[in-house]
Design a protein around this ligand. Structure first.
Ligand code: HSE
Length: 382
């Protein structure tokens, strides 16, 4: 029994080092680049892996959803177990890849795809064995937490901190995925699909980006309601289905999430029996994420090959969750659910009554059409 790793980038090389140091045999690494230190382990040809009967587990750490989809589906068809750290792939092909794994009698693991180094998805699966998950929620993106933390605690500018997060390697190749929320939407969709046993697609997740936040918003929120801001993904079991959304969120300053510093993540499940369980740590990086990938592989090699997934789509009910919102905009809007509003120069600062997530996101589209710099944040109930 041996292992192949697809992609020798940050995560793949981290997993390779961890596995070989722990005494596991990685017999093949696939990449398009040259790595002399890998010697004959390196291959440029996926067939070398698919045709090798000794290889029982294939770890995918290529990223994106084109080559990774092709190679992973072929590995599953060749009867190999697959682990992946790739949220884009898992989110895009959740049902297809699970169906292929089932057809071929193998398993598919992707703990590292949401939460990076945090064994979040692993424990979410375990958490729902005999409990009913009511909600998953948390900080799932290190880049945006790093930006907010530096804006709040060091009074720094959004664009400066974003540049630094890119240099530190936290941000995605295209940081739009981080600051416009697609990265968190994917992690929310994957987490919700597991929590609620129904497939949530990234397109079901309603998203407010973080890109428009200004230091002035943070100061206004602090002065007017003594709260702070974090960027959160939510999956919520509702009366008739599931709500899934990503929003900058106003939190009490003593909330656990409010005290997650730098690029750390913290994701929580809320179970009927267990109550709140929170998982904190590094959501990205060579060794944390490589370690999560390696753990999935080792679990499989130790015989844990059960495959559980739902084949049905979730009923999306974003109109069934209600919360209050903070809005800062120059658009000339008057909402019929305003609780308070103040004009400072041309800018209106609004706190709303409770309104459904779906209704707020609909209205936000109209406000953004008039003032694309408007900022929206949900408010976590105390
Ligand atoms: N860009 C992501 C983040 C990487 O900042 O969390 C991990 O998915």
């Amino acid at each position: 029994m041996s292992i192949a790793i697809l992609g020798y980038g940050v995560v793949g090389s981290g997993a390779y080092e961890i596995l070989t140091k722990a005494g596991y045999k990685v017999s093949r690494v696939l990449d398009v680049r040259s790595y002399p230190e890998l010697g004959s382990t390196l291959t440029y040809d996926i067939e070398d892996i698919l045709n090798d009967k000794e290889i029982t587990v294939v770890a995918e750490a290529i990223g994106g959803n084109t080559f990774s989809y092709d190679f992973v589906s072929r590995a599953l068809k060749a009867g190999k177990h697959v682990v992946s750290s790739n949220k884009h792939l898992i989110c895009s092909y959740y049902k297809e890849l699970h169906a292929l794994a089932k057809e071929n009698g193998v398993t598919l693991r992707f703990t590292a795809s949401a939460g990076g180094g945090i064994p979040w998805l692993y424990n979410l699966k375990r958490g729902k064995l005999c409990d009913r998950i009511e909600k998953v929620m948390g900080i799932m993106n290190g880049t945006t937490n790093y930006i907010l933390d530096a804006m709040i605690h060091d009074s720094r500018d959004f664009s400066d901190v974003l540049k630094e997060a890119q240099q530190l390697g936290y941000a995605e190749a295209n940081p739009s995925a981080d600051i416009d929320g697609f990265d968190v939407a994917r992690k929310t969709a994957i987490s919700s699909s597991i929590a609620f046993d129904a497939v949530v697609s990234e397109n079901d997740v309603m998203v407010f980006g973080l890109r428009n936040i200004k230091k002035g918003d943070i100061d206004y929120i602090s002065e007017h309601c003594g709260k702070t801001v974090r960027y959160l993904g939510y999956g919520v079991r509702t009366e008739n289905g599931v709500a899934a959304f990503v929003e900058p969120t106003l939190l009490p300053i003593d909330a656990l999430e409010a005290n997650v510093r730098t690029n750390n993540n913290m994701i929580s499940l809320f179970g009927e029996y267990v109550g709140r369980l929170s998982f904190y740590g590094q959501g990205a990086g060579k060794y944390p994420t490589g370690n999560a990938l390696a753990q999935d592989i080792i679990n499989i090699l130790q015989g844990d090959t059960a495959l559980t997934f739902s084949e049905t789509d979730a009923v999306i009910c974003n109109e069934e969750v209600k919360r209050s919102y903070f809005i800062r905009t120059d658009a000339a809007v008057k909402l019929d659910f305003e609780a308070s509003s103040e004009m400072i120069g041309e800018t209106r600062y609004i706190f709303t009554e409770t309104v459904s997530v779906a209704q707020m996101h609909d209205i936000a589209e109209k406000i953004l059409a008039e003032d694309p710099e408007s900022f929206f944040a949900g408010m976590e109930a105390e």
